[in-house]
Write a protein that binds this ligand. Structure first.
Ligand code: TEU
Ligand code: CA
Length: 556
């Protein structure tokens, strides 16, 4: 496998609306990010991915872009962006933007022109179909609920495709002019000195044509988008995208890819893959039900382990996955993957250890490093996210009471991770001097950065140690490149694996339960590199682990 500059990096995701507000309007901004660069440096971050900051009507929080060449005034302006890139560069931090090109906003001028003249140049930028007798071209359900077809404004006989929100019309990648527009835009940003892109929803760009119906999978008569996507391959589009853009600049690219199969993984992240890396979504999708969020069971310790190990095995010898426990589309990792009632500093550090010690590029989502938890929403009015509101309706239609529906969807709500970062214990958690656009997590006086910075045993300090260990010249090669070899897999609620380097072996053990557990070591311990709690209790070959204890050992 070819070594690339990004393999050793530690990345951090910023959700700009909720990171840091500097002008008191309650919305995070670019100057806020600039003001926190020293903080990110202190943590040890090398790459910062910022969710969309382009001009947008914000129907889907910036994932509906109306101008790819400008910054939304909510976040600042292009001077701020240039300054951010320059200041980041001084600190040896690369800026990664979100590339949202499966769709744009219905307020983009391309779509406005398409509405004016559906048969003209811009009509061909989208998927627009004639509809006779109300018969839609296909019965695909949009990701956010309802049909993916919507009447074209001003043309009741024509419908356009939107796999996401109706304010996010899909761009027609079959049209070479559209692809040229996209490549030019990507290169324009890369010329500005961007380190790379996170590529949004990219597996959706290739549609199965001609349109047709699929077997319905809910009683709305509609069918999951994936049923259409699995009939086609993105290969040609993604190869062209790579060759015309990222490859020319040696830029970093991380794909948002779901449901990828082992046989095509080399195409995505092999040496000459479409992307530098892609997210490992295996734990995020664990337990997902076609019926909706309300049907979703809590993931178990063994399921978590099996999902991680199977990804590690798939990617070994192929390329690098990017590891996450949460992002702006997921609940908080600690609430998602740890049992209810057992979310505490020790178990949070255990999860962090697993996240950082498996092979791959670690991405921290803002607030993860201080162990931010899900929000105890008490009303749907507190939730902004379009997807949560749709899933709430799905739950009601399935017969749940409003209370039950709220209880069930709030566990998965994307707003759990979208509430403002808890900087300190002052009003609005130090995020803004105004009123935040989305409520703070009410637990901010208990969980915030300011207090954890002073406490050497905090979750935050533990994240710093994990990053320092990863960058320690003595262990770096093993942690970055070493093979992940699962061990003790017949013990329940235990995730343990070796990282095998050239002439070094590390052993990572996590006791994923509140009861103690004992393991028998296969070799002698040379060094204890990390330990998230209490004593290191070894008697000869027996190692006794406390509940949620995690250790990283260098072995003889
Ligand atoms: O997400 C793509 C996507 O597939 C999501 O619908 C995902 O299934 C869901 O959020 C899981 O909770 C990307 C972005 O990350 C998301 O924020 C956007 O809403 C979406 O694309 C549309 O651009
Ligand atoms: Ca602001």
């Amino acid at each position: 496998m070819k070594k690339k500059w990004w393999h050793e990096k530690v990345a951090y995701q910023i959700y700009p609306k909720s990171f840091c507000d500097t002008n008191g309007d309650g919305v995070g901004d670019l100057r806020g990010i600039i003001s926190k660069l020293d903080y990110l440096k202190e943590l040890g971050v090398d790459l910062v991915w910022i969710s969309p900051i382009y001009c947008s009507p914000m129907a889907d929080q910036g994932y509906d872009i109306s101008d790819y060449y400008n910054i939304d005034p909510l976040f600042g302006n292009m001077e701020d962006m240039d300054e951010l890139m320059a200041e980041a560069k001084k600190r040896d931090i690369g800026i990664v933007m979100d590339l949202v090109v499966n769709h744009c906003s219905d307020e983009h001028e391309w779509f406005r022109k398409a509405c004016e003249d559906p048969n003209g140049k811009y009509g061909k930028y989208f998927y627009i179909e004639e509809v006779k007798d109300g018969k839609l071209p296909s019965n695909i359900r949009s990701y956010f609920g309802g049909s993916c077809w919507e009447a074209l404004p001003g043309h009741p006989d024509k419908y356009y495709l939107h796999l996401f929100h109706k304010k996010q019309p899909d761009l027609n990648w079959e049209n070479p002019e559209v692809r040229e527009e996209i490549f030019a835009m990507v290169n324009w940003w890369l010329e500005k000195g961007l380190a790379g892109f996170r590529i949004d929803a990219i597996i959706n760009v290739k549609k199965s044509l001609p349109w047709k119906n699929y077997p319905a999978d809910r009683d709305d008569g509609l069918s999951y988008v994936g049923n259409m996507l699995k009939e086609v391959s993105c290969h040609d589009f993604l190869t062209e995208l790579r060759d015309r853009t990222f490859a020319k600049y040696n830029a970093f690219s991380v794909g948002e890819v779901f449901d990828e199969h082992e046989d095509t993984l080399p195409d995505f992240i092999g040496d000459d893959g479409y992307f530098s890396t892609m997210f490992d979504m295996s734990t995020a999708v664990c337990g997902a039900s076609e019926k909706g969020w309300y049907e979703r069971p809590h993931i178990t310790a063994n399921e978590y382990r099996d999902a991680v190990f199977s990804s590690q095995k798939k990617a070994w010898n192929v390329g690098f996955l990017s590891n996450i426990i949460e992002n702006h589309d997921q609940p908080r990792g600690v609430s998602h993957y740890l049992p209810d009632g057992e979310v505490n500093d020790t178990s949070k550090k255990m999860l962090a250890t697993l996240h950082f010690m498996v092979r791959g590029i670690p991405f921290i989502y803002q607030g993860q490093e201080i162990g931010m938890e899900n929000v105890d929403f008490t009303s749907m009015d507190q939730i902004d996210d379009v997807m949560t509101h749709d899933e709430y309706q799905v739950a009601l239609r399935a017969g749940l009471s409003p209370e039950e529906a709220l209880e069930s969807v709030k566990k998965m709500s994307r707003d759990n991770a979208r509430v403002p970062f808890s900087w300190d214990a002052s009003e609005y958690a130090g995020f803004t001097t105004g009123k935040p656009w989305l409520m703070n997590n009410p637990d901010y006086t208990r969980i915030n950065l300011a207090s954890q910075r002073q406490d050497e045993h905090s979750v935050y300090q533990y994240y710093r140690q994990l990053i320092q260990l990863r960058k320690n010249p003595e262990y770096k090669d093993t942690i970055v490149w070493g093979k992940t070899v699962p061990v003790y897999t017949d013990q329940d609620n235990l995730t343990a694996f070796y990282r095998q380097g050239e002439d070094q072996t590390l052993l990572v053990i996590a006791n994923y339960q509140k009861e103690p557990q004992t393991i028998t070591l296969e070799a002698d311990v040379k060094n204890v590199l990390l330990n998230n709690c209490g004593e290191f209790q070894q008697k000869e070959k027996k190692l006794q682990l406390e509940g949620y204890q995690a250790v990283v050992l260098e072995m003889h």
